[in-house]
Design a protein around this ligand. Structure first.
Ligand code: C2G
Length: 161
């Protein structure tokens, strides 16, 4: 699978916009977000929680192992486990697979998303999607990441705990 080009950086981080009222069926608004969700942690849960404070429905696209290789990421947990854990989260209404960088436009249209939401480490990287829906970057939850968790586990194991 050839590596899809990373979406161009398109400048200023978008200011959080309010969800547009009632664009979906029965006036329900939908948001979509994307990620690896390795070692599913509180930072992921807080993001989903805050998205659902703004939108009625949350669709989460989970990166496949193959796409992670394209992103240059190697997750501890296989896709099937990461997918099932995200789907089990009460804030998540639908989980789908993320296979490549280029699927976002299709997913936004296919799911009638009113908002595309990511954590602030992605600020500005997806502003081009503003043509299709609101693009919102929410502050990351500080002090936790899959990488830090891996380091902590390694250190604990090395200490023989
Ligand atoms: N996140 C967060 N707070 C943290 C860690 C992560 O809010 N402490 C957010 C990230 O900003 C991202 C989401 O959780 O919006 C998922 O993060 P990762 O699993 O690291 O996903 P990533 O590798 O950023 O993949 O096409 C987009 C990519 O698939 C995003």
């Amino acid at each position: 699978m050839d590596t899809a080009a990373l979406p161009p950086t398109t400048g200023r981080a978008g200011a959080p916009a309010l969800a547009r009222p009632g664009h979906g069926a029965l006036g329900r608004t939908t948001a979509i977000t994307y990620g690896t969700y390795d070692l599913f942690h509180i930072g992921h849960v807080r993001l989903f929680e805050r998205i659902k404070q703004r939108f009625d429905v949350l669709v989460v696209a989970v990166s496949t192992d193959e796409f992670n290789a394209i992103k240059g990421k190697k997750s501890v947990m296989p896709f099937v486990d990461r997918f099932e854990m995200v789907r089990a989260c009460r804030h998540v209404d639908l989980a789908i697979a993320e296979n490549d960088w280029a699927q976002k436009e299709h997913d936004i249209v296919a799911h009638g998303a009113d908002g595309f939401v990511m954590g602030s480490d992605w600020s500005g990287r997806f502003d081009h999607l503003r043509a299709l829906c609101d693009v919102i970057y929410l502050p990351r939850t500080e002090g936790v990441s899959s990488t830090e968790l891996k380091q902590c586990i390694r250190a604990t194991a090395a200490a023989g705990a």
